[in-house]
Design a binder for this molecule. Structure first.
Ligand code: ADP
Ligand code: MG
Length: 622
């Protein structure tokens, strides 16, 4: 009995968009079907290692494409693993991947935007509704007796019914739309298969003849010599490798063969676009593991470290046993050793790129730099390489700079690598704490990624130089040579400043830990810093936001005793008659330091009142 069922709401939505010509290249539906057929053969080949009966009598995997001009149908068929009833319902009626489901929810009327969003994950099987107005999927799971047929016109619902099929596998018949007649021409089909599916490692044949010749090269692309592979072929392989369509070009292609203790072939890619789920904690890397050309599994934890989770491609090992259980792979020592070698190789290539083509490297770094820096936090064994690859914005360089370049620009007497944590490069550049460093021509690196707050406290050295925050503790600037001579201070002035500080401290006793003279300010009257033993102010804020932390650290207010406002306050502070002015100005100064730091004000109304009073006085005396 035929049963009618509705698509999951997100699928219906997706189908509407797909039917309205999502891609200009409608021909990609064939790439999608062939890629699914190839996956199905891969999966059965793997299962047959432990259960050879599954492929009994038919061990030659093959993908067939044929057409009927009179009936206007095109058919794609495979002898892979097939689907039972439940699998048809789940795989062709719902969107399994939660990230994809989320994305579909965000699709709207804007065609252009939709297609660029969808381009990031591909629509797989559903792309058939670009060219067909009715699709029949006849499938028989390897090892099962029963076959099932799934039929839909792509509008809201499908039917599913028991059926008959001799061989295992899946046969998909498309009733073509009028405008898709071109796909009922053999030459056209051949060209499309050559263009997108040449790298598929199973033979793809056109027609039903037993001895039909394969249209594709049908050998694993990663096993071929580099010289025999065109950039186009690499690109198509890359686009198909993760199972979903990747619409960008590979930013870097790494194809190599490792011999020695372990032998394996690698074809790996770094994308030029950021995957939409890069920061989804459930995301794993897109590198598939093969053993002697047999697909084993994808996303094996331990093969590619999380800080390289944007990688895509294939690793094909000659040493692992074919019948290795997927569960045991993670803890397999061969996998661990390959992982180390592969990671070192990738980092080495990145290091070269950063040295030889910094412009191009910057485009990579802006996408994946923060991910790579996660390794500085949790992958100690790669720390040195990661430090050499890492790039930073700084107070001196126009673009990005490396730690080694920073070292080469250090001033005489400078002992530390200085950095400033901030929410953005822009706010870092305008930070008052930077003033004295500018004046002494000492470079400061800007740390603006959230991850910086995590690795910096752990990795506090590079080539024996301490990484030191300029917003915490003493800046240690005195030893650094400067052209400008320090003006000698007379004793009387010193005593005046000390008097002011102790009064300010009293006024702010519930707000700050201390009020001190600043070594780091030039043009600003005040700034906030953290005590040497505390976390950076910016880090406290980041942690508060991510809710890992709710400690109440008190800051230190630093005062620039050369600034005219502070000098004036020193004068005023000698007479008790000025107590109220001193109090109001002190509170105003604290609030301005908070604003510059990006902190919120405890009493904004009070701040505005004080500010207006000050403006008023200024205007009256003007
Ligand atoms: P994806 O390939 O990215 O998983 P698709 O939309 O292309 O997404 O396919 C959805 C699912 O349908 C596949 O994951 C697979 O489980 C199943 N499927 C599609 N085509 C076949 C096939 N020819 N044989 C077996 N299963 C298939
Ligand atoms: Mg697919």
């Amino acid at each position: 009995m035929s049963e009618q069922r509705e698509f999951q709401a997100e699928v219906s939505r997706l189908l509407d968009i797909v039917a309205n010509a999502l891609y200009t290249e409608k021909e990609i539906f064939l790439r999608e079907l062939i890629s699914n057929a190839s996956d199905a053969c891969d999966r059965l080949r793997y299962d047959a290692i432990s259960n050879p009966d599954l492929v009994k009598g038919d061990t030659e995997f093959k993908i067939r494409v044929w057409f009927d001009t009179d009936a206007r149908t095109l058919t794609v068929s495979d002898n892979g693993i097939g689907m039972n009833r439940e699998e048809l319902i789940k795989n062709l009626g719902t969107i399994a991947h939660s990230g994809t489901r989320e994305l579909v929810k965000h699709l709207n009327g804007d065609k252009q935007k939709n297609s660029s969003l969808i381009g990031q994950f591909g629509v797989g099987f559903y792309s058939v509704f670009m060219i067909a107005n009715k699709v029949e999927v006849l499938s028989k799971r390897a090892g099962d007796e029963k076959a099932w047929i799934w039929i839909s016109d792509g509008h809201g619902a499908y039917t599913i019914d028991e059926s008959l099929k001799d061989e295992r596998g899946t046969t998909i018949t498309m009733h073509m739309k009028d405008e898709a007649f071109e796909f009922l021409i053999e030459e056209r089909l051949k060209n499309v298969i050559k263009k997108y599916s040449d790298h598929i490692s199973f033979p793809i044949v056109i027609g039903e003849a037993k001895d039909a010749k394969a249209v594709n090269t049908a050998s694993a692309l990663w096993m071929r010599a580099k010289a025999d592979i065109t950039p186009e072929q690499y690109k198509e392989f890359y686009r198909g490798v993760a199972g979903t369509i990747q619409m960008d070009e590979p930013w870097m292609t790494l194809h190599w063969h490792a011999e020695g203790n372990f032998e394996y072939h690698n074809l790996l890619f770094i994308p030029s676009m950021k995957p939409f789920d890069l920061y989804d904690p459930r995301r794993h890397h897109g590198v598939k593991l093969y053993v002697k050309r047999v697909f084993i599994t994808d996303g094996v934890e331990g093969l590619i470290p999380p800080f390289l989770r944007f990688m895509k491609g294939v690793v094909d090992s000659e040493d692992l046993p074919l019948n290795i259980s997927r569960e045991l792979l993670q803890s397999n020592p061969v996998v661990a050793k390959m992982s180390t070698a592969i990671t070192r190789k990738i980092l080495g290539e990145l290091e070269d790129k950063a040295k030889n083509d910094i412009k191009d490297f910057e485009s990579f770094w802006s996408l994946f730099g923060p991910v790579l820096k996660e390794g500085l936090y949790d992958a100690h064994q790669y720390r040195d390489q990661l430090c050499r690859v890492s790039r930073f914005y700084s107070s001196k360089a126009d673009g990005l700079t490396s730690l080694d370049e920073y070292l080469s620009r250090m001033q005489e007497g400078q002992e530390h690598i200085y950095y400033l944590s901030a929410g953005s490069v822009e706010s870092a550049r305008n930070s008052p704490q930077l003033e004295a460093f500018r004046a002494k021509d000492v470079e400061v690196l800007f740390m603006t990624d959230t991850i910086d707050e995590f690795w910096l406290p752990i990795q506090n050295e590079y080539k024996q130089k301490k990484l030191k925050s300029i917003t915490r503790g003493s800046p240690d600037l005195a030893k650094i040579k400067s052209d400008k001579a320090e003006e000698p201070k007379d004793e009387k002035a010193k005593a005046g400043v000390a008097g002011l500080l102790s009064q300010m401290k009293e006024i702010l006793k519930d707000e700050v830990k201390d009020v001190t003279i600043s070594e780091r300010l030039v043009g600003s009257p005040v700034c906030l810093v953290a005590p040497e033993t505390d976390m950076d102010i910016h880090m406290q804020r980041v942690l508060k936001k991510s809710q890992h932390y709710d400690g109440k650290h008190q800051h230190i207010l630093e005062v620039n005793d050369k600034h005219p406002v502070i000098r004036k306050l020193v004068d005023l502070s000698s007479s008790p008659a000025n107590a109220e002015t001193l109090r109001e100005t002190t509170l105003l100064l604290l609030d301005q330091a908070r604003i510059v730091e990006g902190e919120s004000l405890k009493d904004p109304a009070g701040f505005v009142k004080r500010l207006n009073n000050a403006i008023e006085k200024g205007l009256i005396s003007a």
